[in-house]
Design a protein around this ligand. Structure first.
Ligand SMILES: Nc1ncnc2c1ncn2[C@@H]1O[C@H](COP(=O)(O)OP(=O)(O)OP(=O)(O)O)[C@@H](O)[C@H]1O
Ligand SMILES: Nc1nc2c(ncn2[C@@H]2O[C@H](COP(=O)(O)O)[C@@H](O)[C@H]2O)c(=O)[nH]1
Length: 183
């Protein structure tokens, strides 16, 4: 039996990565897909752990070769999910999580119609902006692009099976845990 695919989407800075880190500590049996991107590594990000950092040429070659399950341009960079490692884990019967933006989530929904799709919402846009700014990883112009994109993504939240508001972290984590643990 193949594993279950879980897709986590939500605006940049809403807390997806932080929630997933905590979720994976509780569920080491889950596989977190490592994406490829053309953006530069942030401080502390490790090749093959947080992302595979590709040049634009390399990324486009991977698209051409059909090696990506889905891909999208987000805030001026490419992001995509390498197919082979994900499929290998699913074939082993291991459930897998993708943390991806909206356009990619829509592509995955067509390929895996039974995927569990969860959207993470901020309490409000001001809180989201504060979280992105306080994270201190993005330049002011990049923050503005991410906030513009956030409005587009939030408007599509009803496309997802479940929505979780990440206001109180522990409450959001418990909700996520409940969904992931359910059949
Ligand atoms: N419930 C919460 N309350 C307050 N701060 C939070 C909460 N959840 C996450 N944060 C903080 O918000 C910031 C953004 O979180 P994180 O990097 O996990 O977002 P993200 O959705 O993964 O962003 P991106 O899509 O850009 O990678 C981090 O500094 C994190 O510590
Ligand atoms: N479509 C995809 N989106 C992805 C993938 N990996 C990450 N993401 C999303 O990109 C934005 C920005 O991420 P950041 O690390 O630069 O802050 C965020 O929404 C991620 O969820 C992917 O493989 N495909």
């Amino acid at each position: 039996m193949t594993g279950r695919l879980i897709v986590l989407t939500g605006p940049s800075g809403v807390g997806k990565g932080t929630l997933l880190k905590a979720l994976l500590a509780m569920h080491p049996e889950l596989y977190l897909s490592v994406s490829a991107t053309t953006r530069s590594p942030r401080e502390g990000e490790v090749e093959g752990v947080h992302y595979y950092f590709y040049s634009r040429d390399r990324f486009e070659a991977e698209i051409e070769a059909g090696a990506l399950l889905e891909w999208a341009e987000f805030a001026g960079n490419y992001y995509g999910t390498p197919s082979a490692p994900l499929q290998a884990q699913l074939d082993l019967g291991r459930s897998a999580i993708l943390e991806i933006e909206l356009a990619g989530a829509r592509q995955v929904a067509k390929i895996f119609p039974n995927a569990l799709r969860i959207f993470i919402l901020p309490p409000d846009l001001q809180t989201l902006e504060m979280r992105i700014r306080d994270r201190g990883t993005d330049a002011p112009e990049a923050i503005l692009r991410r906030l513009e994109q956030a409005k587009v993504e939030i408007a599509a939240r009803a496309e997802f099976d479940y929505q979780i508001v990440n206001d109180d972290f522990q409450t959001a984590l418990e909700e996520l845990d409940r969904l992931v643990a359910s059949d």
